[in-house]
Design a protein around this ligand. Structure first.
Ligand code: HEC
Length: 481
């Protein structure tokens, strides 16, 4: 409201009295900036110098010149920075924040434990184990107080990619507006999609040509086609970004390994079963592949590329999601199965199925006319903050939310209806799930409705239904740093 008012006022002045408007606007920004700088000196900088038990000081590493977050070197014998050095630090640190938004600011997210919503890896460790850490709160308060209107709109922080499985297009959605901002064309039957860690490349498995397409993200152009050993399904990238793993569906089944430096296929890991989905565990140590035909999940040790263990089920293995321990290792795998309206739970340490959860029987009434009883529940995801599990239901035409780790049902959000001519409404046939990095929005592809639902994870309300291409299925989030 205030912002709108300010814009109206300044545009009036822009025509009538340009100078005074510009001056008063600058004066208030200057005051606000001066206050922010004072607070930066009095409370933020001390955090960078503070000895915090069990941690090295930020200053110890971040006074080196090869970081974006580069603090000035203290003068010999000095315990604090000079005014001039503090101003330089202030300018540096401003590059690492989104004003008013601690939840989007690298300064807050990079040193925060992943289990508390932080980035997956920081060479300086989990400096803050939770968002209640008093020093983290000091930084957050300062960021919250920075005036947003003194800098241009923040750059995009993540993008959502949707492969339209019955088309030759990939839609890219900006979560800031929930609008399609780019369409990648020319990949027929696109299947899995993932990204290089720096966001420069998009990798797509192409079922029609049995290749891995490498796409330049910014231009959307295919820059390379890497031949695969046979027809692919889903793909995953290792945590270091060095290898793309491609699940091969054609029998006897395998995992093709693509080296992302040479952009060639360097290896084929035999798994002796047709591979449908493939994941890399959040700690980067294992690949997990699922097979519909052989009803099993295979865990591959990525240090040796050897099969470590397997879990057998009585039904085909569909999408999976991973829950981590506080140290980042895998705790449980949630596994969707063919013909089962729910999911199985695999205890990773015990290497065995521990339980099976049925989704609620209500709402119901969908999936039969649509001919989708073989996959009553398809699409499952753990929110990036690790606090909730989201599970699609074709029968309920909804996505259910469970709390983690206790798996209590929290509620559901209904998905759009399809209105076939001369028939009662049918369901959206949900397929896959992804999230914004801050876990505030969950996206569900509605394969029958040619759309993607954006749902507020706090209220479970739909905030947008975004039109997509033909039969949208896989959906993945590119986090931009
Ligand atoms: C042991 C050394 C070390 C300590 C201590 C450390 N960091 Fe880092 N930090 C790094 C390194 C190395 C990188 C770059 C690689 C990476 O992303 O991990 C980094 C990256 C970052 C980044 C991303 C921007 C950049 O420069 O790459 C932020 C923000 C950050 N650290 C904040 C902090 C804060 C805040 C503290 C203290 C609370 C801290 N770090 C403590 C080593 C450290």
């Amino acid at each position: 409201m205030f912002l709108v008012f300010a814009i109206v006022v300044s545009s009036v002045f822009a025509t009538a009295q340009e100078l005074p408007a510009a001056r008063s606007e600058t004066a208030t920004s200057h005051q606000a900036e001066a206050l922010s700088f004072q607070l930066f000196k009095s409370s933020v900088q001390p955090v960078f110098l503070k000895e915090r038990p069990g941690h090295a000081r930020c200053y110890g590493c971040h006074s080196e010149s090869n970081r974006i977050f580069r603090l000035q070197k203290l003068s010999p014998g000095a315990a604090d920075w000079t005014e001039e050095q503090s101003r330089q630090n202030f300018q540096t640190v401003l590059q690492l924040v989104v004003r008013g938004e601690p939840g989007f600011s690298p300064l807050l997210l990079h040193p925060l434990a992943p289990s508390a919503g932080g980035d997956p890896f920081h060479s300086g460790g989990w400096q803050f184990s939770s968002q209640n850490d008093p020093d983290w709160l000091t930084l957050a308060d300062w960021v919250r107080g920075l005036r947003a209107d003194t800098q241009p709109a923040p750059t995009r922080l993540s993008l959502i990619y949707i492969t339209n499985s019955a088309a030759d297009t990939i839609d890219v959605v900006d979560p800031a507006t929930n609008k399609v901002v780019q369409v990648i064309r020319g990949i027929e039957l696109p299947h899995g999609i993932t990204f290089s860690p720096d966001g420069a490349r998009v990798y797509v498995s192409n079922e029609s040509e049995s290749v891995l397409d490498v796409v330049d993200r910014v231009s959307g152009q295919v820059t390379k086609k890497i031949e695969l050993s046979a027809r692919p399904n889903n793909i995953a990238i290792t945590k270091d970004g060095r290898r793309v793993l491609v699940g091969i569906r054609t029998l006897p089944g395998a995992v093709d390994v693509i080296d992302t430096t040479s952009l060639t296929r360097v290896k084929t890991i035999p798994v002796n079963r047709s591979v449908h989905n493939i994941y890399v565990t959040p700690d980067g140590k294992y690949a997990v592949v699922g097979s519909i035909e052989s009803k099993s999940a295979t865990i591959i040790d990525l240090a040796t590329d050897q099969v470590a263990w397997e879990v057998e089920f009585d039904r085909g293995v569909r999408p999976m999601a991973f829950e981590t321990n506080p140290d980042g290792s895998t705790r449980r795998i949630f596994v969707q199965l063919s013909g089962f309206h729910g999911f199985a739970i695999v205890d990773f340490a015990k290497r065995a199925e521990a339980a099976r959860i049925n989704l609620p029987g209500e709402p119901t009434g969908f999936g039969i006319l649509e001919g989708r009883t073989g996959t009553p529940s398809h699409g499952i995801g753990v929110a990036p903050d690790g606090k909730s599990l989201w599970v699609n239901s074709t029968f309920a035409n909804a996505v259910f939310e469970y709390s983690l780790p206790d798996l209590k049902l929290i509620g559901h959000s209904t998905l759009p209806l399809v209105h076939p001519f001369g028939h009662p409404p049918t369901g959206a046939v949900p397929e896959w799930i992804t999230f914004t990095p801050d876990s505030t929005i969950v996206y569900v592809t509605n394969s029958a409705a040619r759309s993607v639902s954006a749902i507020d994870t706090n209220t479970l309300k739909s905030i947008a239904v975004i039109p997509a291409g033909e039969v949208p299925k896989r959906i993945n989030t590119l986090v931009l740093h």
